[in-house]
Design a protein around this ligand. Sequence first.
Ligand SMILES: NC(=O)c1ccc[n+]([C@@H]2O[C@H](COP(=O)([O-])OP(=O)(O)OC[C@H]3O[C@@H](n4cnc5c(N)ncnc54)[C@H](O)[C@@H]3O)[C@@H](O)[C@H]2O)c1
Length: 356
Amino acid sequence: MSLKKIAIIGAGVMGKKHAQTIIQHPLTELVAVCDPFSDAMAKEFAVPNFQDLNELFKNQLIDGVIIANPNRFHVSTAITCMQHGIPCLLEKPLALNTEEALSLISEQEKLNIPILVGHHRRHNPIIQQAKELIEKGIVGEINTFNALWSVYKPDPYFDIEWHRKAGAGVLAINLVHDLDLMRYLNGEIVSVQAMTSHKNRQLDVEDTISILVRFENGALGTLLASDAAVSPWGWDQNTEENKNSFATSPDQDCYYISGSQGALSVPNLEYWNYPENSQKSWAVNLVKNKIEPNKQEDVYLLQLSHFVDVINGQVEPISSPQDAIKNIQLLECIEQAAKEQRTVHLSSLTQLQKTA
Ligand SMILES: NC(=O)c1ccc[n+]([C@@H]2O[C@H](COP(=O)([O-])OP(=O)(O)OC[C@H]3O[C@@H](n4cnc5c(N)ncnc54)[C@H](O)[C@@H]3O)[C@@H](O)[C@H]2O)c1
């Protein structure tokens, strides 16, 4: 099978991560970089750098692009790539807001070129293992979903001006991935409440947030997070998925799911049920089981393998724009709920869009 020729658009931190992944993958080849402001990464990987997309497409044969430029360019870049017939792996977030996301979806449906959105955690084998346990009925009907993400962002992180501004906080930057996984494991969220706190850093941007969610299947969930708290709980620390950026605490869990038949903690994949043939009662001791979490595989390599399959037309993207827009809508509803101190229903957003 011939190697897929991939170009990277945006040669920053994530662009480099993707470049390293492409050169490791047996089925992909890095053929070009497109970054108007720096050719350092292209030089490092010995490929040409193009300053704009038209130059890139004029000069280079490409099977797929990875878009890792700043968020405000995601939609326009993806549309140009689709107009050239090129499948995209588009870094999260899909768009800056729902309106932009809808314009991207409308173009994508017209042009019919696949887009895989970079919610890379979905490719983690642990999430697939957790999903299988849930689908097997280990938990039964899910009633509660508690998620935690607390780490201490180093103080110099906030020397960068936009990191101090509202909209660049723990909700939009970090929790979008947890919300995506909560939806992936337990279905759509229909309403939210939220409280934010700025007490630790006294900045515009929130440092702590508490979110309540109601799922379509009736389950309730919480997502409690802080980037100003010292703790071992959070996806990155507990899965060891991102060892270069995050310290690890692999013996801890960050998602606790319980239901009519049992409970499951993720990522260590321990689960608890009543002994066979026993009465269901809070007076009966639970039996603890465990499956070994698969932490061996590189999530970015798995995401790239999936992108190759998407380019080949063998699979539908595991995270499509039609799916990822729901994460954007959730962020908007949570911000609104925190600001107005009320429950916000996602359907109110959808209705507003229909009448707009
Ligand atoms: N999946 C994840 O967990 C994850 C993590 C971090 C960042 N991201 C996403 O990746 C994207 C890039 O983030 P980053 O941290 O690498 O940013 P960065 O600032 O390090 O890099 C952005 C790069 O884009 C270049 N650029 C600016 N305008 C451009 C344009 N019009 N066309 C092409 N390139 C342009 C810049 O010169 C820079 O090299 C963002 O969308 C971010 O949200 C995702």
